[in-house]
Design a protein around this ligand. Structure first.
Ligand code: SAM
Length: 153
C-alpha cells in the first residue's frame, strides 16, 4: 500500500472511495442515520492517529484530516460526520498526530494536511504543528497544506 488516510471518516473527499493503493484508517467503525442523513465510517483498520499501527517509513503519502471542531452539538450532523476535538488536549493530540504521520512516511514522502478553520484559525493550528509547511492555500476556510518528510540530519 502506498497511501495512508489516517482519518478517513466517510471518505467524502475521495474521488475513488476504494482506491486500491490506500489504507483507510479511522478511530471508529460505525454506520448510522442521523436527522435523515447516513453516516458510514467503515475503515480498513481502526486506529488512533496518536499511535498509528504501522512500521516506520511505510507509506509514500499520508493524508491527515483530523476533526476541526472544538464545539459541536451532541446530536449534530457535523459531530456525527467529522468527530470532535478534545477541548483540553487538542494541541497535544494534533502535535502527536503529526509526529506519527511523519514516522510512518518514507523519507521524501508527502504529508497532506486538511484543515477547516471555522473554529480554530489556520494560523493557530500551524503554530501547533511541529513541521514547516511547503505550500498550500492560505485564504478561504478550507485549507490543503503540503509537507515533506525531510531526511534526518
Ligand atoms: C474531518 S473528519 C474526516 C473526513 C474525511 N476526510 C472525509 O473525507 O469524509 C475526521 C475523522 O477523524 C476521526 N478521528 C477522530 N479522532 C481520531 C483519532 N485519534 N485517530 C484517528 N481518527 C480519528 C473521526 O472519527 C472522523 O471520522
Amino acid at each position: 500500500m502506498k497511501i495512508l488516510d489516517v482519518c478517513c471518516g466517510s471518505r467524502m473527499f475521495w474521488f475513488d472511495k476504494k482506491n486500491k493503493d490506500t489504507v483507510y484508517m479511522d478511530i471508529r467503525d460505525e454506520q448510522f442515520e442521523i436527522h435523515g442523513k447516513k453516516v458510514n465510517v467503515s475503515p480498513d483498520i481502526v486506529g488512533d492517529f496518536r499511535d498509528i499501527p504501522f512500521e516506520n517509513e511505510t507509506f509514500y503519502q499520508v493524508v491527515f484530516d483530523p476533526p476541526h471542531l472544538k464545539w459541536a452539538g451532541e446530536n449534530s450532523i457535523m459531530r456525527a460526520q467529522y468527530g470532535q476535538l478534545d477541548k483540553a488536549t487538542w494541541r497535544e493530540d494534533i502535535e502527536k498526530g503529526f509526529h506519527e504521520c511523519m514516522r510512518v512516511l518514507k523519507i521524501n514522502g508527502t504529508l497532506v494536511f486538511k484543515w477547516s478553520d471555522c473554529q480554530i484559525n489556520v494560523k493557530n493550528i500551524l503554530d501547533v504543528i511541529p513541521y514547516k509547511p511547503l505550500y498550500g492555500n492560505q485564504r478561504g476556510s478550507t485549507h490543503w497544506i503540503v509537507f515533506i518528510k525531510e531526511e534526518q540530519a
